[in-house]
Design a protein around this ligand. Structure first.
Ligand SMILES: [Zn+2]
Length: 82
């Protein structure tokens, strides 16, 4: 399965951060994924495999969360939505 995500996307993970937040901004993609917790600004690195196992939802537009397994990328969302 191919997951679509990119730098700047906001995602949730299976488990939130200890600070209580579970929203993460993707800062870097590649072999390793760099994430920033939107609650406390802490930055973490996950391997791409770890990230793809843990990621759950992705924020689309203002406040629409969809399961990342159903997300086909920004362009596809534009065609479907609105
Ligand atoms: Zn945090």
């Amino acid at each position: 399965m191919i997951l679509h995500y990119d730098v700047g996307d906001i995602v949730t993970l299976k488990k939130g951060h200890p600070c209580g937040e579970n929203k993460w901004e993707i800062l870097r993609t590649g072999v390793d994924i760099k994430l920033r917790c939107l609650g406390c600004d802490r930055q973490i690195w996950l391997t791409r495999m770890e990230f793809e196992k843990r990621v759950r939802k992705i924020l689309v537009g203002e406040d629409k969360w969809i399961s990342i397994v159903h997300y086909k990328g920004k362009e596809a969302e534009k065609e479907d939505g609105e």
